[in-house]
Design a protein around this ligand. Structure first.
Ligand code: HEC
Ligand code: HEC
Ligand code: HEC
Ligand code: HEC
Ligand code: HEC
Ligand code: HEC
Length: 467
C-alpha cells in the first residue's frame, strides 16, 4: 500500500539520518585521533638531536625573551613545529651563539655572504627569507635565545617517552575546536533531516488525502519512533540549551578563525605577476616615487598602471635573462595588456591585472600618506633613525628594496599607530609649508590680531575631509 510505503520511506530517511550522524561523529573523531600520530618528521628529529646534545645554559632574561619572542618571532616560529619558519626548539644546539646573533640581526645578509649553514636553511625553506632584526640589541637576542632554551628543556621532560609530544597537545588544541564545530554541524544536519521528515510525512498524507485514501491522523508506529524527539523539540528548556550550545561552539569557532586571520603582519600574498621590488627598487635603484608618487601628494600611495611598466618592458622582455622566471613573468604583463611583443602592437582585449592588496586598514581608520611622508618626514626619519638615502617609507614598510616580494612589515594595529605618535617628536624642518602655516597662524592668534580662519589652520586641505 502507498500509505505504508510512505511511512517506510520516512523511517528509512530518519534511519539514514541517524546512521549518517553516527558515521560522521566516528569519522571526525578517528580523523583527529590519528592526526597526532602522523610522524612529526622534522620536529621529532630536531628534538631527539637536542636530547642527545644536552641542554646548553644561556644567561639571559627569560621573561624578557618571551615578550620579545612573541612580538617579533611568534608570527613565523613556534618552538615545537614548523610554521613559516623552522621549529626553534634545540636551535641553540644546532648553531653557535655568535652565528645565531648574526643570523637574527641580518639573515638575508648572511645568506648573501654565502655562509654555508645560512644558505642551507634558506634553500630548505624555499628561499623564503626571514626579515632582519637590526633593532634588537645583542642582549635582547640572548634573552630570546634563553627563552628558547628554557622552552626546549621544558619540552623535553614530558616529551621524553615520545618525541613530538608537545606537538600532539598543540594539534589537539586547535582540532578540538574543529571537532566541536563538526559535531554541531552534524547535529544540525540531523535536526534538519528530522524536520524534513516531518514535512515529507505531512505532505504525503495531504497528497494521499486528496487522492481520497483514508489516512490515520498520526501514525502510531511513527509516533513511537519519533515521539520522544518531538516532545524534546517542543521542550523550551531543551531548545534554550541547544541554542546556547550552538552559540558557544559558534563563537569558539569564530575566535579560532579570527585568531588566525587577524594576524596579518608578514602577510605576503602571491601576486598575479611576481613583481620583484628587490630587483626594481634595489638592484636597479628605481625611486619609489616613479611608481608610488601618490604617497607624497595624497592619502593613497598609488599602485602604478601597467603602462608605467611598459616604459621599460616594451624592450626588456626577459629573453636571455639570467633569471629563469623573467621571461614568463614579463609575458604576463604583455598578456594583461593584450600586447604582442613580436609586432609591438596592442590588441583590443586587455584584461588588466588585479594586484592583491597587502596593506589594508579597516575603512573606519583614516590614514594619510602625504601627512606622514611629506609633512612628518623629518620627524619620522629622526625617530626611526633612518639612513639618509633610505626612503621614509622604510619606517613603516621595512626594507622594501630588499624584498623579493612585498610583505606587510608592520602590525598596522591601532597600538602601532598610537605608540609611534607618542614616541615621535615633531620636528619643524626648514621649508615645511604645513608647519610654517600653522606657526604663522599661532603667532597671529597670540597677538590677538585679526581673526584666524579654519583655513589658516589647514582646514581646507582636501585630505582633512576626504578619504
Ligand atoms: C617573517 C617570518 C619570520 C620571522 C618574523 C622570524 N623568522 Fe626566523 N626564520 C624564518 C624562516 C622562513 C626561516 C628559514 C630560513 C630562511 O629561509 O631564511 C627562519 C630561520 C630561523 C632560524 C634558523 C633555524 C634553524 O633551524 O637553523 C633561527 C634561529 C630563527 N629563524 C630565529 C628567529 C628569531 C629569534 C626571530 C624573532 C626575533 C625570528 N626568527 C623571526 C622566518 C621568520
Ligand atoms: C617599478 C615600479 C615600482 C617601484 C620602483 C616600487 N614599487 Fe612598490 N609596488 C609596485 C607594484 C606593481 C606593486 C603591487 C604589486 C605587489 O604588491 O608586489 C607594489 C606594491 C608596493 C607595496 C604594497 C602595496 C599593498 O598592496 O599594500 C608597498 C608598501 C610598496 N610597493 C612600497 C614601495 C617602496 C617603499 C618603494 C621604494 C623603495 C617601491 N615600492 C618601489 C611597483 C613599484
Ligand atoms: C625602469 C625600467 C623598468 C620598469 C619601469 C619596470 N621594470 Fe620590470 N624589469 C626591468 C628590467 C631591466 C628587468 C630585468 C629583465 C631581464 O632580466 O631580462 C625587469 C624584470 C622584471 C620581471 C622579471 C623578474 C624575474 O622573475 O626575474 C618582472 C616580473 C617585472 N620586471 C615586472 C615589472 C612590472 C609589473 C613593472 C611595472 C609595475 C615593471 N617591471 C617596471 C625594468 C623595469
Ligand atoms: C607612517 C607609516 C607609513 C609610511 C611612512 C608609509 N606608509 Fe605606505 N602604508 C601605510 C599604511 C598604514 C597603509 C595601509 C593604508 C590603508 O589601508 O588605508 C599603507 C599602504 C601603502 C600602499 C598600498 C596602497 C595604499 O595607499 O593603501 C602602498 C603602495 C604604500 N603604502 C607605499 C608607500 C610608500 C611608497 C611610502 C613612502 C613614500 C609609504 N608607503 C610610506 C603606512 C605607511
Ligand atoms: C613612524 C611613526 C608613525 C606611525 C607608525 C604612524 N604615524 Fe601618524 N603621524 C606621525 C607623525 C610624526 C605625525 C605628525 C604629522 C603632523 O604634524 O600632522 C603623524 C600625524 C598623523 C595624523 C594627523 C594628525 C593631525 O593633527 O592632523 C593622523 C590622522 C595620523 N598620523 C594617523 C595615523 C594612523 C591611522 C596610523 C596607523 C595606521 C599612523 N598615523 C601611524 C607618525 C606616525
Ligand atoms: C571642510 C571639508 C572639505 C574640504 C577641505 C574639501 N572637501 Fe570636497 N567635499 C566635502 C563634502 C562634505 C563633500 C560632499 C558634498 C555633497 O555631497 O554635497 C565634498 C565633495 C567633494 C567632491 C564631489 C564628490 C562626489 O562624489 O560628488 C569632490 C570631487 C571634492 N569634494 C573634492 C575636493 C578637493 C579636490 C578638495 C581639496 C582642494 C576638497 N574637496 C576639500 C568636504 C570637503
Amino acid at each position: 500500500m502507498s500509505h505504508n510505503s510512505s511511512i517506510c520511506f520516512t523511517r528509512r530517511l530518519s534511519g539514514f539520518a541517524f546512521s549518517f550522524f553516527l558515521l560522521f561523529t566516528f569519522f571526525t573523531y578517528s580523523a583527529t585521533a590519528q592526526e597526532p600520530q602522523a610522524p612529526a618528521s622534522d620536529t621529532a628529529a630536531a628534538m631527539q638531536d637536542t636530547v642527545a646534545t644536552g641542554g646548553a645554559s644561556i644567561a639571559g632574561d627569560i621573561a624578557n625573551g618571551e615578550t620579545l619572542f612573541s612580538s617579533y618571532c611568534a608570527a613565523c616560529h613556534a618552538l615545537d613545529r614548523k610554521i613559516t619558519g623552522p621549529a626553534l626548539a634545540g636551535v641553540n644546539q644546532r648553531h653557535d651563539q655568535q652565528w645565531l646573533i648574526n643570523w637574527i640581526h641580518d639573515s638575508p645578509g648572511m645568506v648573501a655572504s654565502g655562509d654555508p649553514a645560512a644558505v642551507a636553511i634558506f634553500e630548505e625553506y624555499n628561499q623564503s627569507p626571514m626579515p632582519p632584526f637590526p633593532q634588537l640589541s645583542e642582549g635582547e637576542v640572548i634573552d630570546i635565545l634563553s627563552y628558547i632554551e628554557a622552552e626546549t628543556q621544558a619540552l623535553q621532560q614530558p616529551a621524553a617517552p615520545a618525541a613530538g609530544g608537545a606537538e600532539q597537545a598543540e594539534d589537539k588544541g586547535t582540532s578540538g575546536i574543529t571537532v566541536i564545530g563538526l559535531l554541531v554541524l552534524a547535529a544540525l544536519l540531523f535536526l534538519v533531516t528530522l524536520v524534513l521528515n516531518r514535512t515529507i510525512g505531512s505532505l504525503k498524507r495531504v497528497i494521499l488525502k486528496n487522492q481520497g485514501v483514508e489516512v490515520a491522523p498520526e501514525v502510531t508506529a511513527k509516533k513511537d519512533y519519533m515521539g520522544g524527539l518531538k516532545k524534546l523539540a517542543r521542550n523550551k528548556k531543551f531548545i534554550a540549551v541547544s541554542i546556547l550550545v550552538v552559540l558557544m561552539a559558534g563563537s569558539a569557532l569564530s575566535w579560532n578563525v579570527m585568531w588566525n586571520v587577524g594576524v596579518e603582519q608578514y602577510y605576503q600574498p602571491t601576486q598575479p605577476i611576481r613583481f620583484p621590488h628587490d630587483l626594481h627598487a634595489g638592484a636597479m635603484e628605481i625611486d619609489c616615487r616613479y611608481c608610488h608618487g601618490g604617497a607624497w601628494k595624497s592619502k593613497n600611495a598609488t599602485i602604478p598602471s601597467l603602462s608605467t611598466c611598459m616604459n621599460c618592458h616594451n624592450v626588456a622582455n626577459g629573453q636571455g635573462s639570467d633569471s629563469p622566471t623573467a621571461e614568463a613573468e614579463i609575458a604576463k604583463i604583455y598578456k594583461a595588456l593584450d600586447y604582442d611583443p613580436a609586432t609591438g602592437e596592442y590588441g583590443d582585449n586587455p584584461e588588466g591585472v588585479e594586484w592583491i592588496r597587502v596593506h589594508n586598514l579597516p575603512d573606519f581608520a583614516y590614514f594619510n600618506h602625504s601627512q606622514h611622508v611629506t609633512v612628518a618626514e623629518a620627524s619620522i626619519r629622526e625617530a626611526k633613525g633612518l639612513k639618509a638615502d633610505d626612503p621614509v617609507c622604510y619606517a613603516c614598510h621595512g626594507p622594501v628594496a630588499e624584498m623579493e616580494e612585498i610583505y606587510q612589515f608592520s602590525p598596522l594595529t591601532m597600538k602601532w599607530c598610537v605608540d609611534c605618535h607618542r614616541e615621535t617628536e615633531v620636528i619643524h624642518a626648514e621649508d615645511n609649508a604645513y608647519y610654517d602655516k600653522i606657526l604663522a597662524a599661532h603667532e597671529q592668534m597670540k597677538k590677538g590680531g585679526e581673526g584666524i580662519s579654519v583655513a589658516d589652520l589647514g582646514g581646507i586641505e582636501c585630505a582633512r575631509c576626504h578619504y
